[in-house]
Design a protein around this ligand. Structure first.
Ligand code: BDR
Ligand code: CA
Length: 324
């Protein structure tokens, strides 16, 4: 099997780390670069989190681009209550004896700028390139403004974001990644032909239980299994308190899973607009789910994941990450 070149744009949170582990343990994808954006945490911390992960799996050779520190037109709101102050579940609470389990990570100085990395990867790999986005779409929008033709020529773009037929998780109607920078999402949706949207409609169905993460550490003890236990504890606690569930959704890992194998979801091509103005509705992904006979097929701009094989995906995710 020939690995497909892939670029990942991430905002450095807990489920982003799990998605990176999935990508880096999957022979179907060859991760050529990772670009980083502010979202779950600020962009400098998000870069640190990416390097922590790359160090854990000895892949610091991968090119990392540092991107936007804030959304295009709005203030930055980081997701501290969900991902912790460091974006990775507050890893500084863990000790082995008197030693911090997770020491500070070194980040190379002079990292390239994310927009340039995105555009040059799109130029180099064109139709062979898979782009997976796990955070707000600021970096991608900037790349679309700089080189729209180039970005349009990429093979596929898979976005974790949006909520079409289900409520939002940031507001009643908006999902975090789109809500954080709706103007950027609107630019991306205008530029890219048929992006594939893996939103809350499907990711909320894929819940990993907190107990299972402990059990997997017992069954496959390793530094990676320990890291997963440690970084997900805070995240799971948030979901226990907020949504009364005994685990956490695999939002970003499912988007990565779809990049590896589309069979995990069922797709529907819809017309989707991004709300950029509403006082109560900014960041909503307004999908026209009406099935009118006279609908204009040429206006269907997004492939939306509408159903998921949740158990199949979870088994796949476990088989990859815990056998790294
Ligand atoms: C998305 O928002 C972030 O909190 C997660 O990392 C994920 O990308 C889910 O709405
Ligand atoms: Ca994310």
């Amino acid at each position: 099997m020939k690995a497909r070149p892939c670029i990942i744009d991430t905002d450095g949170g807990v489920d982003d780390a799990l998605a990176l582990l999935l990508a880096l343990s999957s022979p179907e994808l060859e991760v050529k670069a990772i670009t980083v954006v502010a979202g779950n945490t600020d962009v400098v911390q998000a870069v640190k989190n990416v390097y922590r992960l790359l160090k854990l799996v000895s892949r610091e050779d991968i090119l990392v681009g540092i991107g936007a520190a804030r959304p295009l037109k709005r203030a930055l709101h980081v997701g501290k209550s969900i991902h912790g102050a460091d974006g990775l579940g507050e890893l500084d609470q863990y000790y082995d004896g008197s030693q911090l389990r997770y020491k500070d990570v070194m980040v190379p100085s002079n990292l390239p700028e994310a927009t340039g990395v995105l555009v040059s990867m799109a130029k180099e790999y064109g139709a062979r390139l898979t782009l997976v986005t796990l955070g707000p779409l600021t970096n991608i929008a900037l790349a679309c403004q700089e080189a729209p033709e180039c970005m349009r020529c990429m093979g596929e773009m898979i976005i974790m974001g949006g909520a079409i037929r289900v409520p939002g998780n940031m507001t009643a109607v908006a999902e975090f990644n789109i809500w954080a920078d709706p103007e950027a999402a609107a630019i991306v949706f205008e530029t890219i032909k048929h992006p594939l949207l893996v939103g809350l409609d499907v990711t909320s169905e894929v819940i990993m239980s907190a107990e299972r993460v402990y059990e997997l550490l017992r069954l496959h003890p390793s530094a990676i299994a320990q890291f997963v236990v440690d970084c997900t504890a805070f995240y799971a606690e948030f979901y226990r308190e907020a949504d009364n569930i005994g685990g956490f959704p695999l939002h970003d890992p499912l988007a990565m899973g779809v990049a590896i194998n589309r069979q995990f979801v069922r797709l529907e091509r819809l017309h989707v607009d991004i709300e950029t103005e509403g006082k109560w509705t900014a960041g909503a992904t307004v999908g026209d789910t009406r099935r009118r006979r006279d609908r204009d097929e040429s206006g269907l701009n997004v492939d939306v994941a509408v159903a998921v094989e949740a158990e199949a995906f979870k088994s796949f995710f476990e088989s990859r990450v815990w056998n790294f």
